[in-house]
Structures are given as C-alpha cells and as structure tokens.
Design a protein. Structure first.
Lengths: 804, 163
C-alpha cells in the first residue's frame, strides 16, 4: 500500500505529547454549558443550609427548631441529636482525628455547623436558618497555638486527655502530635560547632484555597433500588465513595459518586465536609434529593484553610558558605479538628522536603500539631502536602544565612545545590530525589534576567534613595525550589488506608476511536486534553479520537483523585502503561494480519510496520477493526486494557524564579515589574497547558505573599470571610509573567513527566516574599511575616526608620 | 410572599416571569430560565462570575433583584454565540488558553464583550483595568488579556473588511 502522508504529518495528526493542543473542554465552558454542582437540579430536590456558630468556643445549651419547622416550606431541621442514632454526628477526618458533623454539645470555631435546615428552596432555607434558636454559653477562646499548649482550657473534651492520638503520644490536652524526622542530636552537634548559624522564626500565615466555585453536593437516595447517588465538588470521588460507605453502612456498590465539572479546587475540595454528610442524611430522611451549596462566607469560614505554620529554623554553614546543617521546629496550628488531608504516615505532609535544593549533610525536623479555636483543615493549597511551607522556610533561611555571611544569595544557593551527578540523591530527611540539574537551570535564569545588571541597578537605586532622589527601593526576589509530588508509593502513602496508586482503563472502539477513564478528576487542569495526548503518542490513535472521562465512580477505575500534582505522575503513568498494554496486543494482531512473527513488526507513530519493509503495515485503525471482526488464534477479541500504577518513587520537579519589584516606602505598595519563572517538570506533555498552570499558580502565590490571609481576632472572630477582606488579585494587580524551562525527565516515570501544577505556587511565594525582604536588606531587615500588604510593608519601612 | 410578574427580554426573547420581590436576578436566570452560564462565586459583587449584559452595561446579577430588571434587555453568555456561530471572544479564549476550570469564563467573556463595545481598541492596560471586576483563580489573567486583545484585533479587521 502506498502512503501519501508523510511521517511528520502522521505525527502531527496524532496531536500527541509535546504539542500545544487546544483544549477540548473549552467548547462547553466558553458557551456557558459547563456542568458544575450548582447546575445539577433533580426532580423534587430540596435545599439545605447551615445554622452556624457565632462563637469560636461555646457550650450549646439548647437548640429550638420549632419556629423554623413552622415556616411553610421547611421540611426538616437536623441537629446532632438526629444524627447520633446513625453515628453520623461525628465523622473521621483524613488525618486520623474525628470532626463534628453538627455541634455535639459545644462549638469549637466560629462558623461551625450547628444545625442543617432542609427546605423547598434556598430562600426558605435561609429564612429558616434565622429562626433556629440556639442558646450558647461562651467559653474562653484560644487562637494562639503557643498559648494553647500552656492553657488549662481543654478544647477537645471528647478526647481522653492522656491518651495517644493518631500519630502517637500527646503532651497536652490541646496537643495533637509531635512528628520528628532526621537526626536531632547530630544536627544540634553540628550547629554547636558551626562557623556561622542563622536562626529565624518564619511564619507562614493561615490562608485559604478559595476556588471561584465554592463546595457543594447533591445527594439522591433512591429508596426503591437502595442506591445512593452523590454529586459533589470532590477532588477524590472514589475516596468519598469509600468514606460514604463506611459512614452510612450502605454497601459500596450501591453508592455512585459523581464529580461533575469542578470550578477550581486547589486543595479545597479534597476533604469530606459536614455539608456532604448532611445532604446525604437529609436525602435518606426525606426520600428526595437534597442539595447543599456553600456561599463564599461559608467557604472561607469553614471548609479547608491552609498553612498556619510557625517555623523556627536554624541553619549552619562554614565561613565560605557551605551549609553544614539544618534544624527546624514547627508549631502547626490545625484548628479545632485535625482535618489535614495528608497521607496517613505524614501528619505534617512532606514538610521534610525542607532541605530544599541543597546538599545538606544533616538535618532535623520536628512538628507539633496543636488545637485552637479556628476552622479545621490544613489542606494542600495548590501544593503537595506542606511542600509550600517547606519551600518558603528553606528559601527564607537561605536569605537570612546570606545576610549572616554577607554573601550574595544567588551565589550562596549555587555553592550549595545538589550536583547533577549526585542524583538520585538521598536527602538528610529521607527522600530520594529522582533527577535534577539545578546549576544549569539557575545559570539560565540568572542570565535571562541579567542578574548582575539588576544588582548594579539596585545599588544605584539605593544610592539615589539615600540622596533623597527617590522613595522607591528595588527588591530582587530569588527562589530555587524543589518539589516532591506524585504521591505516592503504596508502601508508604495512603489516605484512610487506601494506597495512593492511580488508574486508567482504555477501550478501543471498532472504528479506531477510544475512550479512556481515569481515577483522577480535572478541576481546570485540562485532563481531557492532556491525557488524550499521552495516549495518542502511546497507542497511535489521534488525541481527537480519544474521549477522556473522569469523576464517575460507577464507570471510572478506582483512583485516589487529583491533588498534590499527582495526576500526571501517577494517573499519567497509568495511562501510558495501559496504552502500552493496548500496543502489545495490537502488535500480535498486526503480526497475524501481516502474516509475520510478532517480533517482526514494530510500532511506528500510528501503525505497526514489518521490520525492514515499511511499505507493509497495519494502522491502529485497521488493527482496532480486526480485533473486533477477526478470529485470531490465541488472541481474545476486543481491544481493552486497564492499568493500576503504584509509583516506585515520588517525582521532584524544580524551578528557578526571580521577581523584581519597586517598593514605595511611603505608600507600602510594591510594583512587580518583572517576574521570570523557569520550571523543570521533566517531559512536557502540553506546553500551552503548562504555561497556563504556571501563570495561575504564580497568581495564587502573589495573592498569598502579598495580601491574602485568614485572620482571627482574639475572640476567634473570623475577620476575612468575604472577598472584600480576603485578597484575590484582579487582572489589574497581576503582573505579566515570563516563563521558561529546562527538561530533566524523571528516570522512573514511564514518560519522564514530573507534574507542574503546583510548582508556581510553591516557588512563587518565596520569590515574591524574598523580593520584599531584599528591598529592605540594606537597612537591616531579616524577617517580616507575610502577607506583605501595603500596610505591613509600610510598617517595615517605618520600623526601619525610613520615615524619619 | 406575593409574587410579581416581571417582563424582560433575555437573549432576544421576551420573557414573562413570576418572582418574589426578593429573588435575585442570578437565581431567576439560572433556576427559572435555565441559563446556567452565569455562575455564583461570591454573592457580594466581588467576583463577577455572574456578570450579564443589561441594557448595554455589565451588571453583576447576584446583587440585583429580578424586579429591578423589569423591562430590561439582558444578554447572557448563552446569547452571545451558539455552537454554529461562536462569538469571536469564545473562539479567542479557546485559541489562547484564556480559561482553565471555566467557572469565571461566562462572566469574563460577557464582560469582555461589553468592554470591546465601550473601547474597540484597548491597550493591555485598558483590558486589565476593564476586567478588574471579574476574578479568575486559575489563569493568572495573562492569557485572558491575550484572548481579549486578539479578539479586538479580529473584530476590527472584520469591521475594516466590511467597509
Ligand atoms: S457572584 Fe456576583 S459578583 Fe460574585
Ligand atoms: S478559569 Fe477557573 S476561575 Fe477562571
């Protein structure tokens, strides 16, 4: 057969890995035809809404629902008493703790769920919420984790005071765990002997993922068939199904969990929330579907905060700047319940990646988890389980050490980087970094921004400032980060006992198109586009002929979902390997059709060709058809495959970010005039999507570093519960970003990809923050806590005497 | 609560709907008229996910009562284009990767559409300022701005060609 199409054209036609394929999701989203949770309306559906606690700590003396129940249109008001017979008034958290679904005798944070009103529409439900009378007796409030560990006030009266928690002994009734890694005494010995030690308290403030779409669910109990369908904003639908089964006693095959389109997740939608549970119970009680949608205030006050780590660090070095040891003790404010979404064995997530990109011979990390009267959570807000805390910590410590050594911070980084030939590198805190080439990336970044030129300009500016010619200082924020993503190997990573593998199932249709289903769920990452590209390259069927489906537990294979940049490292690998199974079978079919031995054909783009005779071939389309219509000896009909991938290791993306800003000492404003981001995420699947992820992650980093925070007053009142107070940058405040890359594939990943979605947040926060610090370095600033809003920057300037 | 008849034009069609005086326009559009394009992200006028076009102005439908929209002419994302004839902005957002999760997109495009009516030749600054009532958590705006600028040139080129 003569082939009119060139090989290059065949490759282009696949739209496989490496090409900037346009997204298939966009057609529906640009036309307003997405299908998000609040778009789901089922016949007869009722609406639920919460009565929430106005107090941060109080006893609930009584709840009177009579007036609410008397309101026409109100169907039910659930309290803990109603849930107790079902053992659903409390639920397990992902961190091995438990959490009240509805207030059981007391409330522990402002905004806590007290009662669940179910009514005919959302307006009536909101009216009824006002009519529920709750009598409270106020209790002393603790918002400071350090005070919490000294206090006589016991927050969690449900816990046996002396008993161990999920992660070992507790040293105080308000203590959750102490988690230690590394060699404490060896590290302390090194610090004692060191030429130079820099010590600092680095606080990474409490914030919130705040996706544009808040959380919600629609539960529908079909009592005729005994089936529960649960739609919701779930980043891990299969885990939700398993939890729902364990909690409700409904057998797992009778539960179908569906994640429809999700309007951004960023970690907010990993956890299991009282709203989900209450919508399920309400549907079981009423026999009709029940919808629960949180509003923005509910979202910011009750579901899934992030960070709130007080990191006390010490870093030692020789006079020449070679780092000799790192010590960190973190006090982690977990709020009222430990509802962190971390793999079970890692109560502080992967905070132990805090040695960063540096070859540090000895290190120690201890993390104390503490209860306070704040909302539960501690989710990985666009990062892989506390990696952003770790990166912020080490990148601040490096800067402080540079000050201590009176050294250039870029040079200090360079002389301490793990060298290319040291990979795979075993870090002092127990990780095996898979691959990296930090020096090349760093040099490329410094050259791209003309680092020397910038420093010269900065010096000139400083002189001009001192001469009174300008009121603007220049800050150069450097960051080199290493992430740890793709959780993770089943031997040490699980969520509620479920190993953190992921999966892909592929069916090739007779006419040569395909559907693949995965255990992950896109929240804007564009999986339907990029996973089809992986498959196209692996199986030679055009990406445009492959449907990717996720999020329906009745059809998708079991997977642990999408967070911690795990989709590409784990499900992407499963996809490639399932594709290879397809290819292996296709090879047998091709050989049969071409009447040669299996080993005599080889895969080429979209076909199998006879080795040495490329004019003799069978396309994947022909092979697909043959698999359904030919009786091939020894080969089952059909062309399907499934793969469950247990990653042998995490992946370690890295990057170099440089931020340049002009800081006005009188107004406290920071004008970001340049931001350069170099990312190395291994093999690049779709450069357009990668760039989009980087832009988005950097903007979330900008928000966190420069203004966004969840703040409480001394009474535990939530001070930032609307978008008026909780900073989200607009297009106006957001700078233009320059993106760049190097490519260091992961050696253990089937296609060498490492994941990228969270890198810009992990690296971006220290880059912005270091720029602010750098601007004031000549005046003696060592550490000032984020967020660096105008007021706080002004205060730095004021404190340094720059207004005198 | 007594309900009121409200007449308005939505995406070119005359509608007569019965609403409580407190019903918000966003809920009427989404729940009564089944126009699910406009979304709710905050209900406090901050995010712009609910943006619609009302008598030639961008309006946040979450902070307007439906009764206030009586007699008005409303366009939602559903009225801007259809699968057979997409609006230039709809094409352009796809082409330039101006969206990720898509939740802000209908409001963003509806706002951008009005912006380009107000200012057919915007600079990057104009676009950034003109879209500052619409939040996006995913894209960092860079590709949104790019999409809008590209759509502006395309619309202008088409206009020129027509003359
Ligand atoms: S929902 Fe209307 S502005 Fe946010
Ligand atoms: S694309 Fe997700 S909020 Fe804009």
């Amino acid at each position: 057969m003569k082939d009119e199409v060139t090989r290059d054209e065949r490759v282009a036609n696949l739209k496989g890995m490496g090409c900037a394929r346009k997204r298939v999701e966009d057609a529906r989203f640009t036309q307003g035809k997405g299908n998000y949770i609040d778009d789901i309306n089922l016949p007869g559906m009722l609406h639920g809404d919460f009565v929430r606690s106005p107090y941060a700590h109080a006893r609930v003396k009584s709840i009177n629902i009579d007036a609410a129940m008397a309101l026409p249109g109100v169907v039910a008001v659930l309290t803990a008493k109603d849930l107790e017979p079902l053992s659903l008034h409390w639920m397990p958290t992902l961190a091995g703790d438990k959490q009240m679904v509805l207030a059981d005798g007391k409330v522990l944070f402002q905004g806590q769920e007290v009662a669940f009103v179910v009514a005919k529409d959302r307006y009536i439900a909101a009216d009824a919420v006002e009519l529920v009378e709750v009598e409270y007796e106020e209790l002393p409030v603790i918002v400071d984790p350090f005070k919490s560990l000294q206090s006589d006030v016991v927050l969690r009266e449900d816990l046996e005071p002396g008993a161990d928690g999920a992660h070992g002994p507790r040293k105080h009734p308000n203590h959750i765990f102490l988690w230690e890694v590394g060699d404490k005494s060896a590290t302390e010995a090194v610090l004692d002997e060191a030429d130079v030690v820099a010590e600092e308290m680095v606080y990474y403030h409490r914030t919130h993922p705040c996706p544009l779409e808040p959380c919600g669910s629609v539960a529908s109990m079909d009592k005729v068939n005994g089936k529960l369908t649960l739609y919701g904003t779930f980043q891990a639908p299969h885990v939700v199904r398993t939890v729902a089964s364990l909690l409700s006693g409904i057998e797992e095959h009778n539960i179908r969990v569906v994640s429809p389109d999700i309007g951004g997740g960023f970690g907010n939608k990993v956890g299991v929330y009282p709203g989900y549970v209450c919508s399920i119970v309400a549907s079981i009680v009423t026999g009709v579907p029940v919808k629960w949608i949180e509003d923005r205030m509910d979202n910011l006050m009750s579901t899934a905060f992030a960070r709130d780590y007080h990191m006390h660090g010490k870093i030692s070095a020789t006079k020449e700047g070679k780092i000799t040891g790192l010590w960190c003790h973190t006090t982690a404010d977990h709020g009222a319940f430990d509802a962190c979404a971390d793999p079970t064995k890692y109560p502080a997530g992967f905070m132990s990646i805090c040695t960063g990109s540096y070859d540090i011979p000895v290190a120690y990390l201890g993390v104390d988890g503490v209860y306070t009267n704040k909302a539960p959570g501690g989710v990985a807000y666009r990062c892989s389980f506390r990696v952003t805390e770790a990166a912020y910590f080490i990148e601040r410590m490096i800067e402080v050490l540079a000050i201590e050594l009176n050294m250039d911070a870029a040079e200090l980084r360079r002389i301490n980087f793990i060298k290319k030939e040291q990979f795979p590198y075993n870090s002092a805190l127990g990780w095996e970094y898979d691959s990296g080439d930090y020096h090349t990336a760093w040099d490329k970044a410094l050259e791209a921004v003309d680092y020397k030129g910038l420093r010269a300009e900065q010096t000139e500016r400083l002189e001009a400032f001192k001469r009174g010619e300008t009121r603007k200082l220049m800050g150069i924020g450097l960051t080199f980060f290493t992430e740890i993503v793709g959780a993770g190997p089943v031997k040490n990573c699980d969520i509620l006992g479920m190993g953190m593998f992921d999966s892909c199932e592929i069916r090739i249709h007779p006419t040569g198109s395909a559907i693949a289903r995965l255990g992950t769920i896109s929240q804007g990452q564009g999986h339907a586009t990029t996973f089809a590209q992986i498959l196209a390259s692996e199986i030679g069927i055009p990406a445009d002929s492959i449907t990717i489906e996720e999020g329906d537990t009745d059809t998708a294979p079991y997977g642990l979902g999408t967070y911690g940049s795990r989709s590409t490292p784990v499900a992407g690998a499963a996809t490639a390997l399932a594709g290879r199974k397809i290819r292996a079978k296709a090879q047998m079919i091709a050989a049969y059709l071409l009447e040669v031995h299996d080993d005599d054909v080889e895969f080429d783009v979209d076909r199998f060709v006879v080795k040495g005779a490329p004019e003799r071939f069978k396309t994947m389309k022909e092979i697909a058809y043959a698999s359904y219509n030919q009786a091939i000896p020894g080969v089952e009909p059909g062309l399907e495959a499934v793969s469950y991938y247990d990653p042998p290791n995490m992946t370690y993306p890295f990057g170099a970010y440089i931020c340049v800003m002009d800081v006005d000492v009188d107004t406290g404003t920071a004008d970001i005039r340049q931001f350069y981001a170099l990312d190395d995420c291994g093999t690049r699947i779709n450069p357009m999507v990668i760039e989009g992820q980087v832009h988005g992650g950097l903007t979330e980093a900008l928000a966190i570093a420069m203004g966004q925070e969840i703040a409480y007053d001394e009474m535990g009142n939530h001070k930032t519960s609307t978008l008026m107070d909780f900073f989200i940058p607009t297009a106006w405040e957001t700078p233009h970003y320059t993106t760049d890359h190097t490519v260091t594939p992961s050696p253990h990943h089937p296609i060498g990809a490492k994941g990228v979605g969270e890198s810009p947040n992990v690296g971006g926060v220290p880059a912005f923050s270091n720029a602010v610090h750098d601007a004031f370095r000549p005046f003696g600033l060592r550490q000032s806590h984020m967020p660096h809003d105008h007021w706080r920057i002004w205060k730095i300037a004021n404190g340094l005497g720059l207004h005198d | 609560m007594t309900k009121h008849h409200v007449k308005m034009t939505v995406n070119g069609e005359d509608r007569d709907i019965l609403v409580e005086p407190r019903e918000l326009l966003i809920h009427t559009l989404r729940d009564q008229l089944d126009l699910k394009g406009p979304h709710v992200g905050c209900e406090t006028s901050h995010c712009g996910a609910c943006t619609v076009d009302l008598d030639g102005k961008s309006v946040k439908a979450c902070t307007m009562f439906t009764v206030q929209a009586a007699g008005k002419d409303i366009t939602t994302i559903e009225g801007l284009g259809n699968p057979d004839a997409l609006h230039v902005l709809q094409e352009s957002f796809r082409e330039h990767h101006g969206l990720q999760c898509g939740y802000c997109t209908p409001g963003m495009i509806t706002r951008a559409h009005r912006l380009l009516q107000e200012n057919p030749n915007p600079t990057e600054e104009d676009v950034r300022f003109g879209l500052s009532g619409n939040l996006c958590r995913c894209t960092g705006y860079q590709n949104i701005v790019k999409s809008v600028l590209a759509a502006a040139s395309e619309l202008n080129a088409a206009k020129e060609a027509a003359q």
